[in-house]
Every structure is written in C-alpha cells, then in structure tokens.
Design a protein around this ligand. Structure first.
Ligand code: NAD
Ligand code: ZN
Ligand code: ZN
Length: 338
C-alpha cells in the first residue's frame, strides 16, 4: 500500500510502499477513503511540540474508511462499516478520566497519526472500540474534517458553556475555525470571526459569522471592544500573541478557550494576573472530544446543520498541501482522497 511517511522532522514526507498492516487482537483493518490534513499533522511532521512522535510514522487523524478485516475478538464493528479514526486512537477505559466521560484526558491514551500510524495511507489498523461509526448520509469526504476539526471545535463550544446571545470571538478561521463558527451559531452565540486572510473572513460570513475582523488591518482587541467585548474567545490560531489578544478582548466574566497549539519554540502566552482576577476570567484548555462528541457531530451533520468546506488532494500531493496550509492559501480544510 501507499503511505505518506515522516522520516525526519526536517524532511518532507516520503511516499513509501509498505505492506498492508494486519489487524491484531481487538483491532480492525480500515481501507482509507479520505483523510483530512489537520494543522496538528504539520506540527507532528515538524516535531513542534514538547512530546514528539518517533519517526518513521504515518500522520493523519481524520482518516475515514471501510472496515475490511477484523482482528481476533472484535465484536464492536462489522465488515463493511464506514468508520472514522480520530486522534484518540486508544484509551485505557478504566481510569477515573475514562470512567467519568473524559477519555480524552486518559494518561494511557495512544494518538492516531502520532504514537500510532494514521490515515495518510491506503490502509490503517485501529482499536475497534475507538473508531467511530459514520452514519449513512455523511460522505467520507465530509466525515474526514469532522473527525478532528469538527469534534474539537464542537467540544470547545460545549466547554465554553455559551448562552444564547453571548458574543463568541473565534480567532483563526482555518480547518477548525470554519466549523467553530457554525457550532457557536448553533448554540445561539453572536459570532465575531478573526483572521488575517480576507478569503477566510468571507467564508466565515457565508457560514453565519455576524462580524468579521481582519487582524492584519485592524487591532482585533479594539474592534471586539467596540462591539462590547467577547463573552467567549476560542483561540485556534498558532501564535501565542493571538491568545493574548483573545484574552484582552474578553469582557468581565469571560472565558478564554485555548485550542490552538503553537510550536514550543514560539514560547508561552502571557497571562496577566490582575485582569484575570478582577474581570473574573476563566481560562479553559480544550483537547479534541470523546467518541460520543464525535457521534453528535456526525448526527448534526447528517441533519444538515453543518457544512464542511474543503478541497481535494491526492496522497502524493501531501507536501504541497502542507505548504498551502502554512501559507494561508488552503481552503478551510484539505482532504486527501485515496
Ligand atoms: P489552520 O492552519 O487550518 O487554521 C489556522 C488559522 O489561523 C488560519 O486560517 C490562519 O489564517 C489563521 N491565522 C493566522 N494568523 C492569525 C492571526 N494573527 N489572527 C487570527 N488568525 C490567524 O489550522 P487548524 O487545522 O484549524 O488547527 C489550528 C490549531 O489547532 C493548530 O495548532 C492545531 O494543532 C490545533 N489543534 C488543536 C486541537 C485540540 O484538541 N486542542 C485539535 C486539533 C487541532
Ligand atoms: Zn487535528
Ligand atoms: Zn483511561
């Protein structure tokens, strides 16, 4: 099978011919149909984060495909099922986090496309209990971006506890942001979209954003303050100073939801204590979502409540696709079709 492989943090991905993996006990073999390119895959390929994957590995945690073989003892899935292979590839299932509905915090977790080979390949094996069925009526192409960009922003909007009419500023209208705008609207928020590309802001308006701010042309803090300040700011951009802008744009009682994960080399964000205390600000870290969250994301999509905006790429165009994301040329999401 063909696979896109990270061989070193300083080299482009290599298209290799590899044997089709065999599903072990409790695993399924999935023939991948589509796999979205998340900015996390770029961080993985570059070794950006404090905990690094070990090359060689296959990135991709928005893989969607058809179950073609079952390992020993698999009862959860059947041959022919369409499933998604999300970032949470495996969790222990019995720690306090897992039992409490926070499997995404499990310390034993394995991550698809990071600690286990992911979806940038014609086939992948996955833990049968952690793949998520894709309902009829949701295409593989749409399911792919929903598998990380969708579930992550759906969860971020959930943990922000948004009440109807609250102002929600979304910083970064890329793969994650174009779905964040839609989930914020679904819970009744008034949405302010912030990006540095007019094209992305046009898309945000099309998807329901009430206000847009181009942070390259306008100070986003002043622009959001002029609208009364944000009750919630969801940060999806990959630059620490944007987190600081988002914090400064909050009104009293505001919630800063941190989702973007800038490279470690960019340094920390500055969190000033005085306004945090006086304004009663909450700072919330939000990491992907559970299998149940993803099932809800698929259900909303099947009901026609969300729209996935993405362009198609081939597996051997993966390095060009990465360049397109890094230079801001990409449509909201790029999806590799096998
Ligand atoms: P993306 O590249 O598609 O989107 C980033 C967006 O930020 C782009 O639209 C870009 O134009 C915009 N941007 C750039 N500079 C900006 C600025 N100064 N102000 C506002 N916007 C600006 O990336 P993505 O795939 O949406 O991922 C975003 C981040 O989220 C990445 O760091 C990724 O690793 C992280 N992520 C986190 C989780 C999680 O669970 N917490 C899950 C998935 C992805
Ligand atoms: Zn992702
Ligand atoms: Zn656990």
């Amino acid at each position: 099978m063909k696979a896109a492989v990270v061989t070193s943090f300083t080299q482009p991905l290599e298209i290799q011919d590899r044997p089709v993996p065999e599903p072990g006990s409790g695993q399924v073999l999935v023939r991948i149909e589509a796999s979205g390119l998340c900015h996390t895959d770029i961080h993985a390929a570059h070794g950006d984060w404090p905990v690094k994957p070990v090359p060689p590995f296959v990135p991709g945690h928005e893989g969607v495909g058809i179950v073609e073989a079952l390992g020993e003892g698999v009862t959860e899935r059947s041959l022919g099922d369409r499933v998604a292979l999300p970032w949470l590839g495996h969790a222990c299932g019995h720690c306090d986090h897992c039992v409490d509905g926070w499997e995404t915090l499990c310390e034993e977790q394995q991550n698809t496309g990071y600690s286990i080979d992911g979806g940038f390949a014609e086939y992948a094996v996955a833990d049968a209990r952690y793949v998520v069925p894709v309902p009829a009526g949701v295409t593989a192409f749409d399911a792919a971006p929903l598998t990380c960009a969708g579930v992550t922003t759906y969860k971020a909007i959930k943990v922000a506890g948004i009440r109807p009419s609250e102002r929600v500023a979304v910083f970064g209208i890329g793969g994650l942001g174009h779905l964040a705008v839609q989930y914020a609207r679904l819970v009744g928020g008034t949405v302010i979209a912030v990006d540095v590309e007019d094209e992305k802001l046009r898309l945000a308006t099309e998807l329901g954003a009430d206000h847009v701010v181009n942070a390259r042309e306008q100070d986003p803090v002043a622009a959001i303050e002029a609208l009364g300040g944000a009750d919630v700011a969801v940060v999806l951009a990959v630059i620490p100073s944007v987190f600081e802008q988002a914090f400064a744009a909050l009104r009293r009682g505001g919630r800063l939801v941190c989702v973007g994960l800038p490279p470690e080399s960019e340094g920390p964000m500055d969190l000033p204590i005085f306004p945090t205390v006086l304004k009663g600000i909450s700072v919330i870290g939000s990491i992907v979502g559970t299998r149940q969250d993803l099932a809800e994301v698929f259900e909303l999509h099947a009901l026609g409540r969300t729209r996935v905006v993405a362009d198609r790429r081939k597996l051997d165009e993966v390095n060009e696709a990465i360049d397109d994301v890094l230079t801001g040329r990409a449509t909201a999401r790029l999806v590799i079709e096998m």
